[in-house]
Design a protein around this ligand. Sequence first.
Ligand code: PLP
Length: 424
Amino acid sequence: MLLDQATPEQLREWESQLSQEYDAIVGKKLNLDVTRGKPSADQLDLSDALDGILDGNYVAANGTDTRNYGGIDGIPEAKRLGSDLMSVPADNILVGGNSSLTLMHQTMLTAYYFGLSGADSAWKNIDAPKVICPVPGYDRHFTVCEQLGIEMVTVPMTATGPDMDAVETLVKSDSRIRGMWCVPKYSNPTGVVYTDETVERIAKLGLIAHADFRVFWDNAYAVHDLVKSPATLASVFDLCNKHGTADSVVQFASTSKITHAGAGVAFVAASTTNLNGLKAFLGACTIGPDKVNQLRHARFLPNRDALMGHMAKHAALLQPRFDAVLSALSSAFDGTDLGNWETPEGGYFVSFDTRPGCAKETVRLAAEAGVKLTPAGATFPYGKDPEDRNIRIAPSVPSVDEVVGAMEVFVTCVKLASVRQALT
Ligand code: PLP
């Protein structure tokens, strides 16, 4: 189907055919949900051995009784786990509670109000500090900025990562730019892995940006590969050290989509300056994180091989669901002008761009046919996709059959919304 070359008659014919298909789907009274980027129950089961793993032995390798207060930056075994996960030396890692999003929020709050390198570095010292947001992106990053009243400036995501020409131009030309969000591996939602060149250009931003500029490097999907030989992500830590910009990047990760999503362990990896800035803030919030859970995780995932072996079990469950999404998109849209998508090799999402102005209508039609999709616009700051194109598909929770069913509805709704729009 090439809409741009269709005659009005063809369009009317397609519309009537697709309307019939759509009505037949509505008649099935489906109830499917592809909105949630969270692990399925089968994936959660993979980590149930966490429960009871300590078997009464609560003492960490350095003699710490993990049941007691203290240890603001985490026990050594948990730093080792963070190091296996993030490929950053354990000395540069702080281990927190169950959520990396919390650590991101607390780090941005610290940067904004208190400064990560002393009071003079607080972003609030200037009028209207701004943060660069590659779009489409992760809605909760945008919510953090929105809550703190930090202005967001968007740059397009490309197949190689954020449009770095646009990022460098902004950093050089706008003295209020103080930060940037990044999901460098299997980006939420496009699934792209930043190329080596992109990572190096990001590591070099510290050479041209303001001294208080920080990249928030959210490596949420660091080990979440779906294929055997996935693209690798260059080490932003090593590249920052090479270029003398170690303070310009703060990295985050967690075990949320490795073990139990709501009961995992989260990590920050950063320079000593940034870690000290964050610890000064955290020390006022808590006497210490949940070290018992840190020890559980360290015993459950004792080395990098154990971690990667565990992730292979997740991949075995996730891959058929992603295959179902991607093969439905290929068979419906290859060779058409109805939409574009990336083929992710990991992560939790497939991101689909409709023709401009068709995303909201597609989501509405799907909802009426019993398939819940993430609201159109959610992947943009303030929920506003200026071109109304992007839709995020999250296939991890439904069964493979349910994903197949949801995709039949999805492709019909994309086609119907597109044809109806072309007729107006
Ligand atoms: N970062 C990204 C990019 C995510 O997609 C998610 C969850 O979907 C999170 C962070 C949440 O991480 P956590 O559970 O560690 O707070």
